[in-house]
Write a protein that binds this ligand. Sequence first.
Ligand SMILES: *Cc1c(COP(=O)(O)O)cnc(C)c1O
Length: 218
Amino acid sequence: MGLKEINDRIAKAVAEAGRVPGSVKLLAVSKVQPLERVEAVLEQGHRVFGENRVQEAAGKWPDFQKRFPDAQVHLIGPLQTNKARQAMELVQAIHALDRPKLAQTLARLAQDLGQCPDLFIQVNTGEEQQKAGILPADADEFVAQCRALDLPVVGLMCLPPVEETPALHFSLLAKIAARNGLTGLSMGMSGDFEQAIAFGATHIRVGSAIFGERVKPA
Ligand SMILES: *Cc1c(COP(=O)(O)O)cnc(C)c1O
């Protein structure tokens, strides 16, 4: 499919939703993609990328950033506390703040480092046992906890259950964000980003539709 077509589809979905042009940020999800494909997208001028593992991001982005200094990386996958410091030094945003212990660790490290990436709280909108994230019923309290820790929470993130229609999850996430005064909504992937935009997504995470199918499992 490719970057240009995705950008065209985003612009169309933004217009159809009556939203401000440029109000949706595309994260090109480059996890496990061959470096040549990532480089090609950088060369086409794209600068914001998503990775789901700290180790993998650390292995490729410092080199790319020597050549493309304004390239940004957002961590969209789960973060172990023992990798938190490395992540905070490497990425511009963390999309999966999903538990109190991680919030405490990030707050302590933010004091130490004097900086903190933008944070999105992951909400387990489908209440799936195997999935990370704060349950919808606990979200308001967790947002308040993070704010009390002075963490720069900019929005919420969700990964809807694969077998369900995502619309209900997008609208639930938007509702929780609105009542907590949060403007960022990280939702929508290759198969459903237009729908996510209709429900107010500000950050969409699109991998295979830009780069092609992932060769290895993520
Ligand atoms: C891999 C991944 C994506 C992108 O998935 P595609 O279906 O390839 O667009 C989005 N969000 C998260 C959290 C992911 O791990």
